[in-house]
Design a protein around this ligand. Structure first.
Ligand SMILES: [Zn+2]
Length: 88
């Protein structure tokens, strides 16, 4: 026969675990919320721009965007800076 305090500890632990689990599920739901569908391919603009992450130095090349002047992507929690546009 376990002591009453032991039973209370176990119940408290179960309650905390349940709350954590529920909040974790809520966070997962927030991350997996559906994104808006991409516009039709015909409405995409061909762009040729390089972006650089000022924090880690990563560079990417953007080739398709919904408009001519897309907002910069983010990396390392910062807006990436635009490099000279490439024309080929
Ligand atoms: Zn980065």
């Amino acid at each position: 026969m376990p002591a009453l305090s032991t039973i209370l500890w176990v119940l408290g632990g179960l309650l905390i675990g349940y709350v954590l689990w529920k909040s974790g599920v809520g966070m997962l739901r927030g991350f997996t919320s559906p994104l808006p569908p991409p516009p039709p391919a015909g409405e995409m603009r061909k762009v040729n721009v390089r972006y650089r992450c000022t924090v880690c130095g990563l560079e990417i090349k953007l080739m398709l965007a919904p408009d001519e002047d897309p907002p910069p992507p983010r990396h390392c929690m910062e807006d990436m800076v635009i490099q000279a546009p490439l024309y080929d």
